[in-house]
Design a protein around this ligand. Structure first.
Ligand code: PAF
Length: 296
């Protein structure tokens, strides 16, 4: 596996990948799968790399703890960083290039641009984390330009993020003939059902055990809604169950339209999703966990 920490080196490595298979990044050339990450890799990330490996000729993973998607008082400084261990995991999965720029390389002095996606970015995590999705959309747009992938792979655990990235790529004409496909990959879970996340490592042993109540309560709520129980009452029961399990704060627990992410008061014909963000640990819930599941 090659590593690049400057754009200059990355561009040469990407050009060599394209030239090696006798083509360009336009149709007919080799396929390049991009797996954007912030590092502290776990099996959820490696599942994306494996999927990219299966579907593409070459795989590029990025590791960049993107400062612009963290708000004041969020965990930017505490976010786990383990570049060497991550690089070893990526190499073992057959990744071709690790793109690991510094913040100064990604956002050089004088950087003044930002991409703002409205609509799908506005509720849920967007309401609790102002500016978060602008940071995500901006860095992912830059990654698409830097790597010029034909395919990009993201976890469905960050369901709203995936919707924001799809909207950004569509609206800014980054799709065909450039990016042919943005692929959402099912959430990878621990044996007790907790969605894998780099932030799970913040949890104490007790909070980690309590956190398993989140997917359990969500599954129970989904079963109830599918059985015809009133959505508002079901969501209220879900909140009660999470507080009883030790969650300190629930940022949202919403049934939403899977495409627009607009809240739904009842199940209907359109695909629906249950999305929850809840905080656990410390006095006021220092670790924020998110999860989502299909309903119906
Ligand atoms: O999901 C993440 O790890 C990040 O939000 C992403 C997509 C790599 C952008 O920084």
């Amino acid at each position: 596996m090659q590593t690049a920490d400057t754009l200059d080196v990355l561009r040469k490595q990407i050009a060599a990948l394209n030239a090696g298979a006798g083509g360009s990044d336009l149709p007919g050339g080799p396929t390049i799968g991009l797996v954007p990450t912030m590092g502290a890799l776990h099996d959820g990330h490696l599942t994306l790399v494996r999927r990219a490996r299966e579907e593409c000729d070459h795989v590029v993973a990025s590791i960049f703890v993107n400062p612009t998607q963290f708000g004041p008082g969020e965990d930017l400084d505490a976010y786990p960083r383990q570049l060497q261990a991550d690089a070893e995991m990526l190499a073992a999965e057959g990744c071709d290039i690790l793109w690991a720029p510094s913040a100064a390389e990604m956002y050089p002095d004088g950087f003044v641009s930002s991409i703002s996606v409205t609509g799908v970015s506005e509720g849920l995590c967007g309401a609790d984390r102002p500016g978060h999705f602008d940071g995500v959309a901006t860095v992912v747009c830059k990654l698409f330009h830097q790597v010029r992938p034909t395919h990009a792979f993201f976890g469905e655990k960050d369901f709203q993020q995936l919707a924001v990235i799809r909207a950004m790529a569509r609206d800014l004409d980054l799709m065909e003939p450039h990016v042919r496909s943005i692929i959402g990959v099912s959430t990878v879970r621990e044996p007790d059902g907790l969605a894998m996340s780099s932030r799970n490592r913040y949890l104490s042993e007790d909070d980690r055990a309590s956190a398993a109540a989140l997917p359990r309560a969500m599954k129970a709520a989904i079963a109830n809604m599918e059985d015809g129980k009133d959505v508002t009452a079901t969501l209220a029961d879900l909140r009660t169950e999470l507080f009883a399990a030790g969650f300190a704060k629930i940022d949202y627990a919403v049934l939403a339209d899977s495409a627009s992410l607009a809240p739904l008061a009842a199940l209907g014909d359109r695909a629906a999703r249950l999305l929850v963000a809840a905080r656990i640990g410390g006095v006021d819930g220092s670790t924020r966990l998110i999860d989502n599941m299909a309903v119906g």
